[in-house]
Design a protein around this ligand. Structure first.
Ligand code: COA
Length: 388
């Protein structure tokens, strides 16, 4: 059965920080952030945007009435969950008007959560060919002010609709996965900020890539020449370049040039948004689909997902005829262009804002919310109130 991505869209909050200005404020050469790390702008989440509202906004941008009636599974991948018990998927289900006979759950494994959702969706559709499954990857990446990870923060969500006979990307049933218990990045329940061993996380990411690629090649007999382009989890865009360098270490020039030639297109959106953890790989795929030249139907795209802690997986898909007419390039460019730049002091204030931890009621300032955007309006009697 042909199963894969039928629709894909994203949402990011409407404020950002300019990376050159952040570098200046931190006494760092701006080229370190823009070239060494590869980021131009960093999305910042105001208090009225959390993992739930961002995912609902991403989902609303792609779903029509027919989809809402056909979706019977909502899979919410995040490491920025807002409740230990209730899944973010339940709120998204309600906020987007998906038919009531659906199941809705949350998935967690650092930046790998949405990929786990895609794997589950494929199995579900194989058993239930008429189903459509909504997979969400939504996160706020926060390391804190004046930390090593500060230039690699960001916020946003990707929504992916999977079905049989998809119109964008058919997914191959060919993946290679790996799990290892390591401490490269984690966020204890008591902390608003992630803990990270930055250098070790880079090294672990690249080792996982090398290992799963080796397993994948053995399993499938495929090699670099079988891939038109590759997309990677991009916590910061330089990481994608490092990943291509690992894969092409012994490759011939043609393979290296081809993969590198798609790299800039595949990180165009990530450069302007920053790290969105579990959605980052899919934001990169969307960037390639929308910002790259039209690729031939059947062209194979490799996808590498990495979630610290750690799980890695390499899998692939082939493009469908006419996929360019199914994506929403203009809307996504307008979303990025309509954002407002924050001064460094405004950014610092927003980043440190948090909901009360003692259960006090709060009304959240949402003066800046654009019409039609879902947001968190209040927390009353320990219950979050979202407004659509
Ligand atoms: N001009 C151009 N490049 C410069 C530069 C300058 N003036 N100054 C430094 N650089 C380059 C460095 O050479 C380095 O490149 P390389 O990675 O190709 O070697 C890069 O910029 C980063 O510099 P580095 O000194 O390593 O940065 P850092 O110690 O501040 O740490 C991270 C960078 C990414 C490790 C840190 O931001 C972090 O911990 N982020 C969160 C964790 C993460 O995203 N992990 C990814 C795997 S999941």
């Amino acid at each position: 059965m042909d199963i894969g991505i039928d629709k894909i869209g994203f949402y990011t909050p409407n404020v950002y920080v300019d990376m050159e200005k952040l570098a200046e404020a931190r006494g760092v050469d701006p080229a370190k952030y823009t070239i060494g790390i590869g980021q131009e702008k960093m999305a910042v989440a105001p208090l009225h945007q959390d993992a739930v509202s961002m995912a609902a906004n991403a989902a609303l941008s792609i779903l029509d009435e027919e989809d809402k009636q056909a979706i019977d599974f909502v899979l919410f991948g995040t490491e920025s969950g807002v409740d230990h018990s209730k899944s973010g998927a339940v709120w998204v289900h309600q906020l987007t008007g998906i038919q009531k006979g659906a199941r809705s759950i949350e998935l967690k494994q650092a930046c790998y959560g949405a990929s786990a959702g895609i794997k589950m969706a494929m199995g579900h559709i194989a058993l239930n060919p008429e189903s459509k499954v909504l997979v969400l990857g939504t996160d706020i990446a926060k390391y804190g002010l004046h930390t090593g990870g500060e230039p690699t923060q960001g916020a946003g969500a990707v929504a992916i609709l999977l079905s049989q006979n998809p119109r964008i990307l058919s997914l191959d049933n060919d993946s290679a996965a790996l799990t290892k218990d390591i401490s490269d990045f984690w966020r204890p329940l008591y902390s608003d900020y992630a803990f990270v061993d930055g250098k070790f996380s880079n090294q672990a990411y690249l080792e996982f890539l090398s290992d799963v690629w080796g397993i994948y090649k053995e399993k499938t007999n495929r090699d670099l020449r079988d891939f038109e382009a590759m997309c990677f989890h991009v916590p910061y865009t330089k990481m994608g370049k490092k990943a291509i360098m690992v894969l092409t270490e012994d490759a011939d020039e043609a393979d290296t040039e081809r993969l590198m030639s798609y790299y800039q297109d595949s990180v165009y959106y990530n450069k302007q948004v920053g790290n969105i953890y579990t959605g980052s790989l899919y934001l990169s795929l969307l960037s390639l689909l929308e910002q790259g030249k039209e690729l031939e139907a059947g062209a194979r795209i490799g996808l590498f997902s990495y979630g610290s802690g750690a799980v890695g997986e390499f899998f692939s898909g082939t493009l469908k005829e006419g996929y360019k007419s199914q994506v929403r390039t203009e809307a996504h460019e307008a979303l990025l262009e309509s954002r407002t730049e924050l001064s460094i002091s405004e950014y610092e204030e927003i980043l440190e804002l948090a909901l009360p931890k003692d259960g006090t009621d709060i009304d959240i300032d949402h003066k800046e919310v654009k019409e039609g955007t879902i947001y968190l309006a209040a927390v009353k009697s320990h219950i979050r109130e979202y407004v659509n």
